[in-house]
Design a protein around this ligand. Structure first.
Ligand SMILES: C[S@@+](CC[C@H](N)C(=O)[O-])C[C@H]1O[C@@H](n2cnc3c(N)ncnc32)[C@H](O)[C@@H]1O
Length: 278
């Protein structure tokens, strides 16, 4: 039984890094048509700041709100912030009413001929997802287990495909399941671009997971590992494996990552980004 609700965390520092990189990948990869975005761990897709989940911890205050109140001059961060603004057409100053999840960002970033596949297993999140997105003709929404169905999801689309692997890591052995999924799918569909998100926890689980994916020696792997040491949160940072990233990605996003780290880190704690391409 799944219990995770992304609304508790939407717009937090991890979402900011994830959605900054996702915006970059969507905009770059959609240039090669036909293009499809596959988001098998979709959650609800967009989040009202008035929602009780969002109200509870207000994690966005240490995430997107810090970014919105900073002066930033980076074109790739601007692309992401433009999508956040488009989600909030009546925005007053830096105050948002809605934070866009990965699904809504993709709707805004993609073109009319692109395709979007969303799946979600949690009953309530699935119903909200359907209400939010089923009217868009580009979108297909299903209630499927991503681990059992990813092969089928990928084969349903042609051309350039970006798959976001963004699970809740709430099930026993989920890190192992993700590592196995990526090992299998990158062999089966070696030309697909995969973006895998993971939390950096004060736990050996993170190291074991990172080592599993590094030891898999998958061609053209970008590994971005960010430690912020925000001591009040269990999550001390955030990380990504991106397989088949666009060739100029490191050149394009490094400045933006550094800017975001400076804004989002605890001012008195050490913080770092390790960016490696294998
Ligand atoms: C971290 S959230 C996704 C957030 C979203 N990608 C974003 O950036 O806005 C993970 C979601 O995956 C769902 N989920 C977990 N296991 C799943 C599975 N096996 N198949 C499909 N969805 C699953 C959870 O219910 C949760 O809503």
């Amino acid at each position: 039984m799944l219990s995770y609700r992304h609304g508790f965390h939407a717009g937090n520092f991890a979402d900011v890094f994830k959605h900054f990189l996702l915006t970059y990948l969507l905009k770059q990869l959609k240039q090669n048509k036909p293009f499809s975005f596959i988001d098998p761990f979709a959650a609800a897709g967009k989040y009202s700041l008035k929602d009780p989940f969002m109200e509870k911890n207000k994690e966005y205050l240490n995430g997107i709100y810090k970014v919105l109140s900073s002066k930033i001059n980076d074109p790739f961060i601007q692309d992401y912030l433009d999508l956040v603004s488009q989600t909030n057409p009546n925005k007053h100053g830096n105050k948002l009413s809605i934070y866009p999840g990965s699904c809504f960002l993709s709707l805004l970033a993609l073109d009319s001929e692109d395709k979007i596949y969303l799946s979600e297993l949690h009953n309530n999140e699935f119903e909200i997802l359907k209400n939010n997105f089923s009217q868009d003709k580009r979108v297909t929404i299903e209630k499927k287990d991503a681990y059992a169905s990813l092969d089928q999801m990928i084969t349903s689309y042609q051309g350039t495909r970006l798959v976001l692997i963004d699970p809740s890591y709430e099930v026993k052995n989920e890190y192992e399941k993700v590592a196995k999924l990526i090992r299998h799918n990158s062999k089966q569909f070696p030309n697909v671009c995969y973006m895998v998100w993971y939390p950096v926890l004060e736990s050996e689980k993170t190291d074991r997971f990172v080592n599993q994916l590094l030891n898999a020696k998958i061609n053209n792997t970008t590994h971005i590992h960010i430690e912020l040491n925000n001591s009040f949160l269990r999550m001390q940072g955030t990380g990504f494996f991106i397989i088949n990233a666009p060739i100029n990605m490191k050149r394009d996003v490094s400045n933006g990552l550094d800017i975001l780290l400076e804004i989002l880190k605890d001012p008195i704690q050490a913080a770092k980004i390790n960016y490696n391409v294998f």
